[in-house]
Design a protein around this ligand. Structure first.
Ligand SMILES: [Ca+2]
Length: 501
């Protein structure tokens, strides 16, 4: 029984690397990252130690980020061809790396053929692929809603040339929302999913904007939609890798776990950064509030879905980069990395985080060219970086040879997690350290336990290994910390120690 559980859980704990293809590796010298560049750099990712890759949208699209799709069964010409993609996938699979792609189901581009047809008139067969309403009806409805103090949502309705009706686009006019009340739209989505899973062979999908499928007030329909989606995708590929984005309060996110077996934990990222910047564990009777919250939240998710896997990360393509949040303080960055790889769940690394790349809003500057080094022929240059100009210092070339670099720190922590099953599968328990600056927790799995202590403060702190921690006497990993023979742990500012029992 245990073995079965382990095996089924194992499949969902892959250390996953998030790639913005445009900024990663350029194979043909046009300055734009592409699929063949990524294939050529798979050895770098193998060396880093990752087990899966999430590709941000690769389909034909008019925008640089490609979250508005024109053709779901294509690869953007800037990125290459479907053949390039298949060659990449084949090599990744030979190397034991899974590949998932962004699947944007909520909306398309206005240039998608479905929308072009839909815009032609009320009698067009594609009309109901999107949501069209008379302007006067929308205004009436908003007027009524205003009386009931609801928010004004006229900004989500857009006009199309030659039409007296408006279409719904939650994010902006260039991204019209698909009408998911139309079963034909669902059939199209299933067909696209089948194409990528069966014909191409990807391992799964990252589901974009999952809470917007049916718009505000129809959350239950959203939950049901994803249950149906998941069950159809599992009928095509039983072990399909699905992870979703529902950026909301935890109470609103939890019901999605039935359909989406893994969801990004946005709150955790905020908690890690807050703790590190304040140098305080936000104590509640001398225990870390964020570990307490993490444990409580995880139980909410597993109640809804017993095989739920927390998708944990420090930063992604929509958020300020870790090094920028932590004001480029190297020891804080490294401590955040230790937290990521010692907490339960499936860890995600946003490309460039492993170099300590900087980045802040607007979005383009969180998605700057990955720094291979000044002389690399794979260096992308589609935009002028604002935060990572000094590519010589923060680059793969420079950091690989420096044993103290953030890159080598990532490599060590990834190796440690992979070699230590308890860090993959272990339960999480809080430790009452009795010290506001010392964040502690225990991971336990199949009779093995590891005690993790972080000094998040700016002064040296001590921790005595008395009962019930007296047995944790073997150092598994240490950073700016020491354990003496009498059982005293000394932690310098931002020092961490991992002790096995
Ligand atoms: Ca290129």
């Amino acid at each position: 029984m245990t073995k079965t559980i382990t095996k089924s859980r194992e499949r969902h704990h892959e250390i996953t690397y998030q790639v913005f293809v445009q900024s990663f590796a350029d194979s043909n010298g046009d300055g734009i990252g592409d699929i063949s560049g990524l294939t050529a750099k798979l050895d770098y990712l193998v060396d880093l130690g990752i087990e899966a890759i999430w590709l941000m949208p690769v389909h034909k699209s008019p925008s640089y980020h490609k979250y508005d799709v024109v053709d779901y069964k294509s690869v953007h010409p800037d990125y290459g061809t479907l053949e390039d993609f298949q060659a990449f996938l084949q090599k990744a699979h030979v190397l034991g790396i899974k590949v998932i792609i962004d699947f944007i189901i909520n909306h398309t581009s206005t240039q998608h053929p479905w929308f072009i047809e839909s815009s032609k008139g009320t009698d067009n067969p594609y009309r109901n692929y999107y949501i069209w309403r008379k302007k006067s009806d929308i205004e009436d409805e908003i007027y009524k809603k205003k009386i009931s103090k609801d928010s004004d949502n006229l900004t989500q309705w857009h006009t199309s040339t030659g039409n007296d009706e408006m279409y719904y686009g939650f994010f902006w006019g260039g991204m019209p929302d698909l009408n998911h009340d139309n079963h034909k739209v669902f059939d199209e989505i299933v067909e696209i999913g089948r194409f990528w899973l069966e014909n191409i062979g990807v391992d799964g999908f990252r589901l974009d904007a999952a809470k917007h499928i049916f718009g505000d007030g129809r959350e239950k329909d959203n939950h049901k939609f994803w249950e149906k989606f998941r069950s159809v995708m599992q009928s095509i590929k039983p072990d399909v890798y699905i992870v979703g984005e529902v950026w909301d309060d935890v109470k609103a996110v939890v019901p999605y776990a039935k359909g989406i077996p893994s969801l990004f934990n946005f709150d955790l990222s905020v908690s890690i950064f807050d703790t590190l910047m304040k140098g305080d564990t936000l104590v509640d009777s001398k225990t870390s509030l964020f570990i307490k919250t993490l444990i409580a939240n995880q139980s909410l998710f597993t109640k809804v879905n017993s095989t739920y896997v927390d998708a944990i990360f420090l930063s992604n393509h929509d958020q300020k980069r870790t090094a920028s949040v932590l004001k480029n303080r190297k020891n804080k960055i490294k401590q955040a990395v230790i937290m990521l790889f010692t907490l339960p769940g499936r860890p995600y690394i946003y490309y460039g985080e492993e170099l300590g790349m900087l980045g802040d809003k607007p979005d383009e500057y969180i998605r700057e060219p990955f720094s291979w080094g000044n002389d690399s022929k794979f260096q992308t240059s589609w935009m002028t970086p604002k935060y990572n100009k000094n590519a010589k210092r923060v680059s793969v070339e420079n950091q690989l040879s420096n044993p103290y670099s953030i890159l080598n720190f990532y490599k060590n922590l990834i190796k440690l997690r992979k070699q230590t099953p308890v860090l993959y599968f272990g339960d999480l328990k809080e430790v009452k350290s009795g010290n506001n600056s010392v964040l502690g927790y225990i991971r336990s799995w199949e009779g093995q336990s590891v005690l993790i202590l972080h000094n998040v403060g700016n002064l040296t702190e001590e921790f005595s290994l008395t009962k019930p921690y007296a047995n944790y006497s073997r150092i598994l990993f240490s950073f700016r910390s020491a354990l003496d023979k009498t059982g005293y742990v000394t932690l310098s500012a931002n020092g961490t120690i991992l002790l096995m029992d």
